[in-house]
Ligand binder design. Sequence first.
Ligand SMILES: [Zn+2]
Length: 372
Amino acid sequence: MSDSTVPQESNPPAPSAWGVALESVRCPHCDWRYFAPPDKADIRCPHCFQADLTPLGEAAAQLPYRLPPEQWLPFAVDAATLNLSVETFAGGIPYAPRDLNGDALRARVQPLYLPLWLVDGNVTAEWSAEVGFNYQVVSHRERYADGGGWRTEEIHKDQVRWESRVGRLERHYDNVVAPALEDHPALERALGTYPLTNVRPYAANALSDALVRLPDRAPSAAWPDATPNFQAAAAEECRQAAQSDHIQKFRWSPKYTQTNWTLLLLPVYASYYLDDESAPQPVLINGLTGKITGARRASMQRAQRAALITAIVAVVLFALGLLLGILGIAAPPLLVFGILLAIVAFGGGAVGALLPIVRASRFNRKQEVEGR
Ligand SMILES: [Zn+2]
């Protein structure tokens, strides 16, 4: 990387450059930092839902980047997809916490944008690669068919012919992406990728009542993630220039100049439900695809309550069985019935009381394993 490629650490202007009033805020619990509309500057943090947002104060000047974004991806999940996502998330959980339901998740939805770096830059490079051209080998096979005698069949086999190429490129690349958040890989795993087909130039009305999470990775930290994407773009161009079908072993010695860093905003809905301890469990939804992510857990309290009710019913029936048994000393048919009732109540009660606990803990264990 030449000196001229050192990413610019911009001197941050006030967030009013975004074309809309915004406050710099942070969450004291999880330390996510946001630009928030003034009427949302002290809401519950839409990441952890554990604390109210507080002003960033002096630290706002130290943010890695505060320029307005260049592009954004509008929210595009339709109501039906969103409903299906939250209902599927909330459904199918044995003894789900009472607060985990589609209505609560929908009612608490907070729109939010996650940042992604977009890098523009000029590149000059010597390059070498192997380019591959598809071709078909035709061979013939003789085959004997009943009644038809010998017939010749043509067999087509796909092959690739590789040729070496070297060249020099001088190109300008726009909007090469790089993560702007330390936890971007984890978020991408959880939320799925964002198709970038509907990217639009940023406009102030993009935000309306949404918060914007601020980058926590400076361009200098994100640069090593940008260069492979520059290389991939260059390799694809070289493939096209060679009019080949494939390219491999692409090597180059790039020199970057005039790199310019801007942001792309990715839409997310944040919501939460309360678990057994009334602790908020955050849920995130991809604002393009509706993919939903969060901890799905059975309520052990509800499972224990179900177990207790079953146990009480079993004890009552068992006692009744014993009582009938005692009365049965005088009337033998009652004795048999009483003993049977006591046995069934004892066995059924033991199994029935264990079942909710086993189901709930087995479900939770499976979710934890899948979440790893
Ligand atoms: Zn938080």
